[in-house]
Design a protein around this ligand. Structure first.
Ligand code: XMP
Length: 523
């Protein structure tokens, strides 16, 4: 059994037709405290998910051409359900075809900004609330090759751009569609439009926030985990700490055990710090010391992908070995999987830039039932939940730390000595950022140990030692990143500090590359 803990709350269903923006639709709704779920077109064939209190449906955009016979079609139940349906871009085109209109290809392509003009009749009609706080003309973001040629009989045009029809609505007001993308930031009033749709068309009024969330999640866990103990794979990061705390609150500390694998690839004194913090907030945590296993497994390896895969596989082996020896002790394994992980792993993905390691592969290897109580939540919602649970800010607002840890910050072969040097340099950098108040201003900061030695001079002597590069970036979702403009005086002070106190390092660089073309981590 996989307990998915679906919140018992009214919400919207977003049917994904493969658009790169689908996740953003869900983000925009959640930002307005509206519960929503994304399902793929394939999964939508069978109807809405069981137990979902459906108040509205959104059909996403997508790469298909609605005129094409092999394109993804509308699930039939959507058109006969009683809730409002909003089509976006490809969703509009599906709706037009379904109701007997026609589309034309490549006549009025629009990519990027367009000026939308509302039809005069809208402002004085029952649809005025849908366009509340929208001037008659405003900027929207378009990305389409097909557009409406002939309108379906039962529909009216609400807005146009210079080149095409931009918004339509059925005369019965249950179906409406936008050719533009309200979910992208470039459509400045897009969030407002979605808010209007949710409030005035779907009639959702009760907000979905951390308070209601906590009560619902606790009840759901109690209902599903009636007997037996739960072990929680805990890395000390935000998601797994909130998972551990949530389960502890629901079931009591006697029934919940946090398990932390020390890979030896952690930050300076990280294992001790995590153990102390979790104990302070009333959680049980046990450390599995596996440093030697990881170093042995990584011996002689320098290819980034190979290292990532070995670290991931070793993690699973260590955990599975522990589980084998404790089969009698636990019934469940809890993981801090988030909704963005669920959507991204279910969606169509492009080329693999890096194999991500969290606790992937674990569910197949352990003899326990899996619970993922955060599986429907985004990061900001998890932080709000963590706050409700009393987890300190320094845990909730810590920088992201990759699953393979310092393993992706030591290009070339990894050794215990290099890890030690890196831990010290990183600690000096992070402490200085905190001291000067820069830590909370950057998305992520860290040091990287480079497989390069350079000549230096210390006192009167020649040195020939390793190089460390510092990295600090500004980002909002890690898809892109800018270089943090840290003052040169600060950087030179940190560099001097590192070189004078970390044996084996005689040169420090600052990485000034954005993402893209670089990635945030070096490997
Ligand atoms: P990149 O290097 O791809 O990283 O620009 C983007 C963000 O993801 C983090 N990262 C990971 N996080 N497991 C994780 O949980 C991983 O395997 C992993 N690799 C990279 C990285 O720190 C940055 O925040």
């Amino acid at each position: 059994m996989k307990h998915e803990g679906r919140p018992h709350h009214e919400g919207l269903l977003v049917i994904d037709f493969g658009s790169q923006y689908t996740l953003l639709i869900a983000r925009r709704l959640r930002e307005q405290q509206v519960y929503c779920e994304v399902i793929s077109r394939e999964d939508a064939s069978h109807g809405p998910p069981e137990g979902f209190l459906l108040k509205g449906i959104i059909l996403s955009g997508g790469p298909d051409t609605a005129n094409d016979t092999h394109s993804r079609s509308l699930p039939s139940w959507v058109m006969t359900s009683s809730v409002p349906v909003l089509g976006i871009c490809y969703g509009l085109q599906l709706m037009v075809r379904h109701f007997g209109g026609t589309l034309r290809s490549l006549c009025a392509r629009e990519y990027g900004r367009s000026h939308l003009t509302l039809e005069d009749w809208v402002a004085t009609s029952d649809l005025a609330p849908l366009w509340q706080n929208h001037p008659k003309e405003h900027v929207v973001w378009m990305s389409h090759g097909d557009d409406i040629d002939k309108m379906p009989d039962d529909f009216e045009i609400m807005a146009r751009t210079q080149r095409s029809v931009a918004a339509i609505v059925s005369k019965n007001r249950r179906f409406m569609a936008l050719q533009y993308h309200p979910e992208v930031e470039h459509t400045h009033l897009g969030s407002q439009w979605l808010k209007n749709f949710v409030q005035h068309m779907c009639g959702i009024t009760a907000p979905w926030n951390a308070g209601s969330l906590l009560t619902e999640l606790l009840a759901s866990i109690l209902q599903h985990v009636k007997t037996g103990k739960v072990c929680v794979a805990c890395s000390g990061g935000v998601d797994s700490t909130v998972t551990l705390s949530l389960l502890t609150r629901a079931l009591g500390a006697d029934r919940v055990q946090g398990l932390f694998v020390n890979t030896g690839l952690l930050r300076w004194k990280e294992a001790e710090r995590i153990q102390k913090t979790l104990a302070e907030i009333g959680m049980n945590i046990k450390v599995i010391a596996a440093q030697k296993t990881f170093f042995d497994a990584l011996k002689g390896m320098s290819d980034p992908e190979q290292k990532r895969k070995v670290i991931g596989a070793t993690f699973v082996d260590v955990f599975a070995d522990y589980a084998d020896h404790h089969q009698e002790d636990y019934t469940y394994l809890a993981q801090g999987t988030l909704y963005s992980d669920v959507i991204e792993s279910g969606g169509s993905v492009g080329e693999t830039i890096k194999s991500h390691h969290n606790v992937g592969g674990l569910p197949d290897k352990v003899p326990f039932k899996i619970i993922e109580p955060l599986r429907y939540l985004f990061k900001d919602e998890v932080r709000a939940l963590g706050k409700e649970l009393g987890i300190p800010d320094h845990v909730l607002w810590q920088h992201p730390f990759p699953g393979p840890g310092l393993g992706v910050r030591i290009p070339g072969e990894i050794s215990a000595e290099k890890v030690m040097m890196l831990q010290q340099a990183d600690h000096i950098f992070i402490s200085a950022l905190k001291e000067k108040g820069y830590y909370d201003e950057v998305w992520q900061a860290f040091a990287v140990h480079l497989p390069v030695k350079s000549v230096g001079v210390m006192g009167d002597g020649r040195t020939y030692e390793w190089v460390v590069s510092l990295r600090a970036v500004l980002a909002s979702d890690a898809m892109t990143a800018e270089v943090a403009p840290l003052p040169m005086s600060f950087l030179t002070e940190v560099a001097a500090n590192i070189v004078s106190s970390v044996p084996g390092i005689n040169r420090v660089l600052y990485d000034i590359t954005t993402k893209p073309p670089a990635t945030i981590e070096w490997e």
